[in-house]
Design a protein around this ligand. Structure first.
Ligand SMILES: [Fe+2]
Length: 275
């Protein structure tokens, strides 16, 4: 059995044996640290990325081009990912939909943690403050909490080579399909998602500027998508056919905050459109 398969089996055992977060963190920190100190587990994956064009073209794209997905549990209980921190690049401050346990595999990674200090009610605005920073060397670990509890930024502090970190993420609290990123200099928050989704979101927005039956039809089909795309489709549908958009919003039953509030705000905003 290879190292990743064996690691994932042990993680599953932990997650199936307890729901106690302290216990999960303690046991997963040991597992993640152990794997991080055995970099040969990356050999097969790195070989494919380095030399297999077909593999490269066919892999699923994620929001961050510096991410290498190692494993996604079929029941979505957890995922294992690798991040490569280029010394020359600046990476955004961001949140996650789930908890995470992180270790360093190579180089030295600096992690800064932030606290959000505004109430989140103003769209696009966010005020954050740095509360902690620490460096991670190979085998050392840190934990990340979901959403606003885990806003952080990671970067390499090596001058001459990339640093690598290994991330075990738990089951997302909500499946948003995007990460929220923060600009601390402009007090703004924005979303990043996979390149496929970006293009789909652009197309859904563009359909709102075409007032035809066929554009409304495509937008209605898009309402079968995940909540964030449904939100974009409804915004555009309101521009093409306000009554139909309101009808869908009246029966929208996304259960989880903060999406529930966002759909509620959208309903009120559309009702006011053109009044
Ligand atoms: Fe992160």
């Amino acid at each position: 059995m290879d190292l990743i398969t064996s690691f994932c089996g042990k993680v599953r055992e932990v997650l199936e044996s307890t729901e106690n977060q302290t216990d999960i963190f303690a046991r997963c920190r040991d597992l993640v640290s152990g794997l991080a100190l055995t970099p040969v587990f990356l050999k097969e994956t790195f070989q494919k990325y380095a030399a297999d064009d077909e593999f490269l073209m066919n892999r699923a794209l994620t929001a961050d081009s510096n991410e290498v997905t190692l494993y996604i549990d079929p029941d979505r209980l957890f995922s294992l990912r690798l991040y490569i921190w280029d010394t020359a690049k600046c990476y955004p401050i961001h949140d996650h939909g789930s908890w995470g346990v992180v270790s360093c595999v190579a180089g030295v990674v600096l992690e800064r943690k932030y606290k959000r200090v505004d109430d989140g009610s103003k769209p696009g605005y966010a005020k954050i403050r740095e509360v902690k920073s620490a460096t991670l060397k190979p085998g050392e670990t840190t934990v990340v909490l979901p959403l606003n509890q885990g806003i952080h930024k990671m970067e390499s502090v090596c001058q001459d080579s990339s640093s690598i970190s290994l991330h075990l993420y738990g089951k997302p609290l909500i499946r948003r399909g995007y990460l929220e990123c923060y600009n601390i200099h402009k007090d703004t928050v924005y979303r990043i998602m996979s390149p496929y989704r970006y293009t789909r979101a652009y197309v859904l927005k563009a359909l709102g500027s075409i007032k035809e039956d066929w554009s409304a039809e495509i937008l209605e089909q898009a309402l079968m998508d995940k909540p964030y795309m449904r939100y974009e489709a409804l915004r555009s549908l309101a521009l093409v056919d306000k009554a139909t958009a309101l009808k869908y919003l009246e029966t929208e039953n996304v259960g989880e905050a903060p999406l529930k509030e966002k759909f509620g705000d959208l309903y009120e905003a559309i009702k006011k459109q053109g009044e």
